[in-house]
Unconditional design. Structure first.
Length: 95
């Protein structure tokens, strides 16, 4: 049921881009005049975003399996509305 780009997604050595199956997402624009500490903060944020993007397909799949298991094992015990909304949101962006 996966509709996202197949992985595995790989984070570049610089941590500034992710890629899979010929698809590359990168951050190439930089502020014109950023202090070294500001640029370091931006680089850390970009690296964290790249890692999150690379992990997203696995996270979605695991969340789907968790929701299905909890509904099957203990139906009605857990409030899974937020988890289901997150899944629906991720799936709607894959279309």
């Amino acid at each position: 049921m996966k509709q996202h780009a197949p992985g595995p997604w790989k984070v570049s050595k610089s941590g500034r881009s992710v890629s899979a199956c010929g698809i590359k997402i990168s951050q190439s624009s930089r502020p014109c005049a950023a202090s070294a500490s500001a640029q370091e903060a931006i680089d850390r944020m970009l690296q964290a975003n790249a890692r999150l993007i690379a992990a997203a397909p696995d996270l979605l799949e695991e969340l789907q399996e968790l929701v299905e298991t909890l509904e099957r094992v203990d139906p009605g015990v857990y409030d899974l509305d937020d988890a289901k909304a997150a899944i629906a949101n991720a799936q709607s962006r894959q279309d």
